[in-house]
Design a protein around this ligand. Structure first.
Ligand code: ATP
Ligand code: MG
Length: 291
């Protein structure tokens, strides 16, 4: 009995210590707005979970944060407790109808510093509807710049992109100053990343010269398996400077939170997954965008 409960007790103690360190850390606001696109064309690697939990972590640290949901599934909007039924104005109207973002950005009930441009299912048709729009790759960038110039200073913008390399993702990458790539610690983790990196290079050359892959985040890490450890090592070899020290463990609490319309940071702040996202957010903020 005693030997069985010891590891759990140790984890509780460690987590309390981590929570204390997170709480004690204060962050400086970045010199200028950091616009971070979360991208990986592979589905289900933790893009949305990463976008909303990093956003909520930084909002909790006093940063003003905007999440742009650019995935027709609208999962980021759900997790941030922001309505996204098909009558709601959102990223579709901004991209296809030229609606100013100020008319569609909503506060998230998660935190007073947190805003969201929701995505509705209408967005599923946007890629086709935008085919004959001139400058269609830069619609989001122009709308976002106009928005940022007209509102109180936003510190971080996270753009959640869909699992494809289509026009929505091109808009997300063209609007960003940096890219964060979540990589799931699984077999074939790096498959597709080479293609993603070469696409990012192409966008950098043609549309957005300042774009950098600033961060790689290892997600769904399971330290009990050799596979996770091996994949993590391989990713760190491939991206030695970009890979964040913090890794996100597999955690049921992270996957439960959206069904309550919450991020894990609000739903269960002391859970190991929430702590890992808060640590990753602090690292991201402290590193700046210099990589
Ligand atoms: P898509 O490509 O469909 O947009 P995604 O890359 O945005 O997917 P998520 O939706 O964030 O991925 O995660 C996929 C699924 O895995 C979700 O059900 C999510 O709740 C769950 N999940 C994400 N991260 C974790 C984690 N660290 N531990 C356990 N479950 C997780
Ligand atoms: Mg997603």
């Amino acid at each position: 009995m005693q030997s069985g409960s010891a590891p759990i007790l140790r984890e509780v103690t460690q987590n309390n210590e981590r929570a204390r360190r997170i709480q004690e850390t204060s962050l400086d606001r970045p010199e200028k707005t950091r616009i971070i696109t979360i991208s990986n064309q592979k589905g289900g690697v933790g893009k949305t979970t990463t976008a909303v939990n990093l956003a909520a972590s930084l909002a909790g640290k006093g940063m003003r944060v905007l999440v742009i949901d650019l995935d027709p599934q609208g999962n980021a909007s759900t997790a941030l407790g922001v309505d996204h039924h098909n009558k709601v104005l959102g990223s579709y109207e901004v991209l296809v109808q030229g609606l100013p973002m100020t008319d569609a950005v909503r506060p998230s009930p998660e935190h007073e510093n947190l805003l969201c441009l929701p995505a509705t299912i209408n967005l599923a048709g946007a890629e086709i509807e935008m085919v004959d729009v001139s400058g269609r790759e830069l619609v989001l960038r122009n709308a976002l710049n106009q928005y940022l110039a007209s509102v109180e200073r936003i510190d971080y913008v996270f753009i959640d992109s869909p699992p494809s390399l289509g026009l929505l993702t091109v808009n997300a990458l063209s609007a960003a100053t940096e890219v964060l790539v979540p990589i799931q610690c699984e077999y074939y983790a790096l498959e597709g990343v080479t293609q993603l990196v070469s696409n990012i290079e192409r966008i950098k050359r043609g549309l957005n010269p300042e774009l950098v892959v600033s961060s790689i985040l290892l997600t769904m890490f399971d330290n009990r398996t050799n596979l996770s450890t091996d994949v993590a090592q391989e990713v760190r070899r491939f991206f030695p400077t970009q890979t964040l020290e913090a890794t996100i463990p597999r955690s049921v609490r992270l996957s439960e939170a959206p069904s309550f319309g919450q991020t894990a940071i609000t739903y269960d702040p002391k859970n190991t997954g929430s702590l890992a996202y808060q640590e990753a957010a602090i690292e991201l903020a402290q590193r700046g965008a210099t990589l």
